[in-house]
Design a protein around this ligand. Structure first.
Ligand code: FE2
Length: 251
């Protein structure tokens, strides 16, 4: 199966459309969404409609999704994020609210495990360090573990020659051969496809991934989109200026 993998859309419709087109062109027949569909951006309803319509969709709730429907407190959100969450909440239609309410915290599929942050604290903990990968590994079902939340394409895996050590690095564009266990099945690896709607790795292009579960490969794609159009919508909506400016810098 070829999965289109994406996360952290954050109500950025132009970026989402570009990513879905790119992944469709790569043959995606099923979809993995790591959460944070809303928050920050100007098009929550349109983004939710696009994602809801995807066939064979596996999706989890992110912290912004939960905050938008009042299921997570706002005390840990910075002022810009908080303002955007409250703006979003006012604009969710009933079907948007129902869809977000129905998102699970975790998906255990036959050929991947999906959470927004980490298995031990799905919506909140950022998977950023080798120690966190090691601590969360026993809580994973089927590998690979696919996460979002950090807005940076990342890979974590145990080193083949020294399994007591964890390889952790940023993923650039290009195909990765996923490690195999002795029995030929997938070995432990965690993958973050980066963010569709608000990349934070100094590359402003939208990020997403292609996971080929038959070949055992994962590839990060970077997709240009009309950033100026989204910035104009953010300003027209009265959302914080900072949320517009950061898109052009990829941070
Ligand atoms: Fe996010």
């Amino acid at each position: 199966m070829i999965y289109g993998v994406f996360s952290d859309v954050h109500s950025n419709l132009e970026a989402l459309s570009a990513v879905l087109d790119a992944l469709t062109a790569r043959g995606a027949g099923a979809w993995i969404c790591g959460g944070d569909l809303v928050g920050y951006g100007p098009d929550p309803g349109a983004c939710l409609a696009r994602v809801r319509a995807l066939p064979n969709l596996s999706a989890v709730a992110g912290n912004h999704d939960l905050a938008a429907i009042g299921r997570m407190g706002l005390e840990w959100f910075n002022p810009y994020a908080r303002e955007a969450v409250l703006w979003t909440r006012e604009r969710l239609a009933d079907e948007d609210w129902s869809f977000l309410e129905g998102l699970p915290g975790r998906v255990d599929a036959a050929d991947f495990t999906l959470v927004h942050g980490t298995p031990r604290n799905p919506p909140e903990e950022y998977l950023l360090s080798p120690a966190q990968f090691r601590e969360n590994a026993p809580l994973v079902g089927a590998w690979p573990l696919i996460v979002g939340h950090s807005h940076i394409p990342l890979l974590f895996r145990f080193r083949a020659a020294a399994p007591e050590k964890v390889e952790a690095r940023v993923l650039d564009e290009g195909e990765e051969l996923l490690p195999r266990a002795a029995d030929g099945g997938p070995a432990p690896v965690a993958l973050n496809p980066g963010s569709v709607g608000q990349p934070r790795d100094q590359d402003p292009r939208a990020a997403c991934g292609v996971y080929d579960s038959d070949r055992g490969t994962f590839q990060v794609l970077r997709v240009p989109y009309d950033i100026a159009a989204v910035q104009a919508k953010i300003r027209a909506a009265g959302l914080p200026e900072r949320l517009a400016v950061r898109l052009q810098h990829g941070q």
